[in-house]
Design a protein. Structure first.
Length: 295
């Protein structure tokens, strides 16, 4: 069977997480309009009768401004060394900028097949798309240039077929009932973080962290305690909301998605803790055994 690792790289908000969810057909990576939503390399495992392709969703590569953003860039760079193919994803509605060029220069050094993935092409005219492809052909000798709409699932099957042509024969890396490498603790905490980001708009920065402190499966139901870590008291007040209105809304929406994931009744309790700097947060994560859960 055809097997291999495929890294998806690009600027923040290019649509990498939406693509991997579309390919896998399940929610592997959380999605929000905020930049840097993805903070870890997350593997989505695609299986069919003739192949197993491990897609690696990476944090958006960007100019680092703090320790968290430096960490996220490193996560993306690690994925490149493991990959057999690199998908360089761009938003076709945005101009090719300095950030895109920075990524291109980085991945060119890997000496691996590079596909340019033009996402969100459902929003542009065909004539504009043809001209765009011509321009990108001049920019670099990409192995493939493939237009898609990850959100609408357009041209995803052709992308899979093309990837297979570049992969070697081998044994599967995972059992065919696996669709991600992440633990259930990680996935449920990420679903809570997604709701935090989506419901608070720009008020709460992407540095918010969610940790599963308790996951108790009682057979017919699951009891969860998830801790939300923020860096300021003001952010805690926003997340709790007036008379607990915001934390209740976050819990309701997160519980609905978690129940779809675990296929059981879920009892969810959310707690908010203020930890003011990175070293304190890192120490807390290590102390309670959650270092690999997020950071």
């Amino acid at each position: 069977m055809k097997v291999g690792f495929v890294a998806i790289v690009g600027r923040p908000n290019a649509g990498k997480s939406t693509l991997i969810n579309s390919i896998i057909g399940d929610k592997v990576a959380i999605v929000s309009d905020k930049a840097h939503t993805t903070r870890n390399n997350i593997q989505g495992i695609y299986n069919d009768n003739e192949s197993q392709i491990v897609f690696i969703d990476t944090p958006g590569i960007h100019k680092p401004i703090n320790k968290l953003s430096t960490y996220m860039n490193k996560q993306s760079y690690y994925s490149l060394s493991d990959a057999d193919i690199i998908l360089f994803m761009i938003d076709s509605n945005e101009k090719f900028g300095k950030g895109d060029n920075f990524i291109l220069e980085k991945i060119k050094k890997e000496n691996k097949p590079i596909f340019l993935i033009l996402n969100k092409v459902d929003k542009i005219k065909k004539d504009s798309l043809f001209k765009m492809i011509e321009e990108y052909n001049k920019l670099y000798n990409f192995n493939e240039i493939i237009p898609i709409s990850a959100l609408k699932n357009d041209n995803i099957n052709d992308l899979i077929k093309t990837i297979k042509r570049y992969l070697s024969e081998g044994d599967a890396f995972y059992s065919n009932d696996y669709y991600t490498d992440k633990s259930i603790n990680f996935m449920v905490s990420e679903l809570v973080r997604e709701k935090v980001l989506n419901l608070t708009n720009e008020e709460v920065p992407h540095a918010v962290t969610c940790i599963t402190e308790k996951y108790e499966d009682n057979g017919s139901s699951i009891h969860l305690n998830i801790l939300i870590i923020v860096e300021r008291e003001g952010l805690k007040k926003i997340l709790v909301g007036h008379n607990g209105s915001m934390i209740k809304k976050i819990g309701i929406e997160a519980r609905e998605d978690i129940e779809k994931l675990v296929l059981k009744k879920v009892y969810l309790e959310l707690f908010v803790k203020v930890i003011k700097n990175w070293k304190e947060k890192e120490k807390y994560l290590i102390e309670f055994g959650f270092k690999d859960n997020d950071e």
